[in-house]
Write a protein that binds this ligand. Structure first.
Ligand SMILES: Cc1cc2nc3c(=O)[nH]c(=O)nc-3n(C[C@H](O)[C@H](O)[C@H](O)COP(=O)(O)O)c2cc1C
Length: 195
């Protein structure tokens, strides 16, 4: 396969992972993924984002209770005991550098991180439902940083299945505990030259 085909395949094959192997991720690999986030586009090149990696097992354990998983099927999408994330990326917005369009910066940076991680075979789940006050206290995050989101990381212990589906956006788990993720078909979302 060409490099280009590999990148397309990487993007298309990424799914959110919520069941993880307990194998540790080398810290230098996670740092390389953060480096990819750092290099993402940023409105007015303000670069308001900073990142905290949580890799120490005793701290990783204490982050987990502050996160919520797979809201449509709660609690069935939760990581099962023995399948918890092994590391987290905490995405922080420096409020002193915020201007109006920072939200797009987060999207670009996090997607870079997630795709870089996937290129190393690392699964991720982007988590926005967070007990922010408790997490800030736990990690001693300074007040001038907003906790935007948390990216749970680990080698996958599941293989979610993509479903081309336009009538319902809710993902589901089947009786074999396989996660199914509906995506609106290309023909439903793409308009070429006319609506
Ligand atoms: C900004 C954002 C916040 C999200 N928050 C959560 C969350 O709190 N908990 C969770 O389990 N998944 C969360 N997700 C993951 C989505 O549920 C997931 O991306 C979606 O179901 C599509 O699945 P896919 O990532 O496998 O394509 C979030 C995704 C994004 C982009």
């Amino acid at each position: 396969m060409t490099d280009k085909a590999n990148i397309i395949q990487l993007i298309k094959s990424r799914r959110s992972i919520r069941q993880f192997q307990q194998r540790p991720i080398p810290t230098e690999v996670l740092i390389d993924c953060v480096d990819c986030a750092r290099l993402a586009p940023s409105a007015m090149n303000l670069q308001p984002l900073e990142y905290m990696l949580v890799t120490a097992p005793e701290l990783v354990e204490r982050v987990f209770p502050h996160l919520a998983w797979a809201g449509y099927i709660r609690p069935y999408g939760n990581p099962e005991p023995g399948n918890l994330p092994v590391a987290y990326l905490i995405v922080l917005i420096n409020k002193n550098r915020i201007k109006s369009r920072y939200a797009n910066d987060v999207g670009a940076a996090v997607e870079n991180f997630i795709l870089a991680a996937w290129s190393f075979g690392i699964g991720t789940c982007w988590i926005g439902t967070i007990e922010r006050t408790q997490l800030r206290q736990l990690l001693a995050i300074p007040e001038d940083f907003e906790v935007d989101s948390v990216i749970a990381c680990g080698y996958p212990a599941e293989s979610p299945v993509l479903e081309e589906k336009d009538d319902d956006v809710r993902y589901w788990k089947d009786e074999g505990r396989v996660f199914h993720v509906p995506k609106r078909p290309l023909k439903s979302v793409l308009h070429i030259n006319k609506w």
